[in-house]
Design a protein around this ligand. Structure first.
Ligand SMILES: NC(=O)C1=CN([C@@H]2O[C@H](COP(=O)(O)OP(=O)(O)OC[C@H]3O[C@@H](n4cnc5c(N)ncnc54)[C@H](OP(=O)(O)O)[C@@H]3O)[C@@H](O)[C@H]2O)[C@@H](O)CC1
Ligand SMILES: [K+]
Length: 477
């Protein structure tokens, strides 16, 4: 599991560790890891031009000590000091001793233009709000330069705890972060500013539960349902799909396509698209009754392509089994009916749908994804999966939020969400919790998208077809 901890948690762990270590030891660990990462980026250190952008806090101190190490290996190192009188004194002295030099921001343009590598030590976890004008001016110089950009701990200007970017920020090729990932490094839009993220272990002891976690292959593999020798299709779980309409039969077909690959033993379909479903997937149990009469299921998926069929949504929400609500179902589901449920509910909006439910602009959800997913989960007392390039899954009661980054931009294609609802609904029927079903579903779906697309546009039915390959990839590694 990849985990991320908030600034408060990091600071507390830092205090505990510093009390046991000699003064400055932690910063030396950070600087050593940082300098090694910079050397890897440069390939050859000797004779290369390195520019340090140095703010007035310890983030600047890290940059200065790393710069000193690079200078000792023969790099020409220049520090641009944003606040000369408040610069980390020990770091600056070390740099000067190693043969580096310092300049004022007035000279930044010239040195940044000629740099092979720029180290962004303007601000780290001590940053508040968007970058101030003098720092923003440096970020603009960095954006215009051809140098490789390495961010110290975080790209300056991004919010460590939320991934929000409320103004100018540095865009890095590599971020070298210390002790733990910070939530912002895993959530868009900040994640995009971070580039590749490299974690340097500085010995922080962190609590068991993180603020954010991202499944890796082994975690997903451990959660995927595996049929035992005693399994039959009913024990593996039956997932009911109440989706599609005369106008949108395709949504039903795609949700069923996902559900068939999600691990349930059988897929039951109810709705007006039965003929289209059975023509494509003859293994589906098609019913022409409503959800209540359709026969037992262990979980329902409701909403994809549902149009205005509020009655079916209400009927499904009334069922005493886990329910996944997607697409039109999100609009049609009564808040009170969702809150009143005792079995788990998993809602799967994209940013536009989440915005409509919250009564805010789509841009606001995209800029503050973590706040939006938590707010919705609390409001509906449900588990919420907010789709996007970094999909987030949050339970209602707070606790750890899962983030998924297996997706690809090619998944932003019509019907892709219907496939995800089928996969995740199937996992719910197989007995996974809403948090696990949502996050494992997103993991498989994202991977399937990558496999199906292979760098080119892809249709949602091809994504569904690649879920098996994603599953095999997850369990085999
Ligand atoms: N924790 C750990 O375990 C370890 C931490 N380490 C390192 O310490 C870093 C944290 O250092 P930190 O606490 O000194 O804060 P930091 O990020 O340098 O920022 C504070 C400065 O930024 C300024 N500033 C604020 N907002 C701003 C804005 N919007 N735009 C512009 N400026 C802004 C603010 O100015 P002020 O408000 O004081 O005027 C203040 O001077 C951490 O990220 C990591 O690199 C490692 O060495 C080892 C282990
Ligand atoms: K930084």
């Amino acid at each position: 599991m990849r985990t991320a901890y908030s600034v408060d948690t990091v600071r507390a762990a830092e205090r505990r560790l510093m009390a046991r270590l000699p003064e400055g030891a932690l910063m030396q660990r950070a600087a050593a890891g940082l300098a090694a990462a910079c050397a890897d980026v440069l390939g050859r250190v000797y004779g290369r031009r390195v520019v340090l952008l140095v703010g007035s806090g310890d983030n600047g101190g890290d940059a200065l000590y790393a710069g000193a190490r690079l200078a000792r290996r023969g790099a020409g190192v220049t520090a641009v000091l944003l606040a000369p009188e408040r610069t980390h004194a020990g770091g600056l002295a070390a740099l000067l001793r190693a043969g580096g030099r310092s300049v004022s921001p007035a000279d930044a343009e010239e040195v940044v233009r000629r740099a092979d590598l720029v180290l962004d030590g303007i601000v780290g976890i001590g940053g508040r709000g968007g970058l101030r004008p003098d720092a923003a001016a440096l970020a603009a110089l960095v954006a215009a330069s051809r140098a490789a950009v390495v961010a110290v701990d975080l790209p300056s200007g991004v919010e460590a705890d939320t991934g929000e970017v409320r103004g100018a920020a540095v865009r890095a090729d590599l971020t070298v972060t210390f002790g733990t990932h910070k939530p912002g490094l895993l959530i868009d839009p900040a994640r995009e500013y971070a580039g590749v993220v490299r974690l340097v272990d500085i010995g922080l002891e962190l609590p068991e539960e993180a603020e954010l976690e991202a499944l890796q292959h082994a975690d997903a593999a451990a959660l995927l349902p595996v049929p035992g020798v005693e399994s039959d299709k009913y024990r593996r779980g039956v997932v009911g799909i109440a989706a599609g309409s005369a106008r949108y039969p395709g949504a039903a077909v795609l949700a069923v396509a996902g559900a068939l690959r999600g691990g349930a033993g059988a897929v039951r379909y109810v709705g007006p698209a039965g003929e289209a479903v059975i023509a494509r997937f003859p293994e589906t149990l098609v019913s022409d009754q409503g959800p209540k009469q359709a026969g037992r299921v262990q979980a329902w998926v409701v909403g994809p392509g549902a149009g205005d069929d509020a009655g079916t949504v209400a009927e499904v929400l009334d069922a005493d089994v886990p329910v996944l609500v997607d697409a039109d179902g999100l609009r049609l589901a009564e808040v009170g009916a969702v809150r009143a449920r005792t079995a788990p509910t998993l809602m799967t909006p994209h940013a536009g749908e989440a915005a409509a439910l919250l009564g805010v602009a789509r841009e606001e959800v995209e800029a503050g994804r973590l706040a939006a997913v938590r707010e919705l989960a609390g409001r509906y007392r449900a588990t919420v999966l907010l789709k996007g390039s970094t999909t987030l899954v949050a339970d209602a009661g707070g606790g750890v939020v899962r983030v998924n980054a297996t997706g690809t931009g090619w998944l932003a294609t019509a019907g892709s969400g219907d496939v995800l609802s089928g996969v995740a609904g199937s996992l719910l029927a197989a007995g996974l919790s809403a948090l696990d079903a949502g996050s494992v579903g997103a993991y498989l779906h994202g991977l399937a998208g990558r496999f199906a697309a292979e760098g080119a546009p892809v249709g949602a039915h091809e994504v569904a077809g690649a879920v098996g390959r994603a599953w095999r990839d997850v369990v085999r590694r």
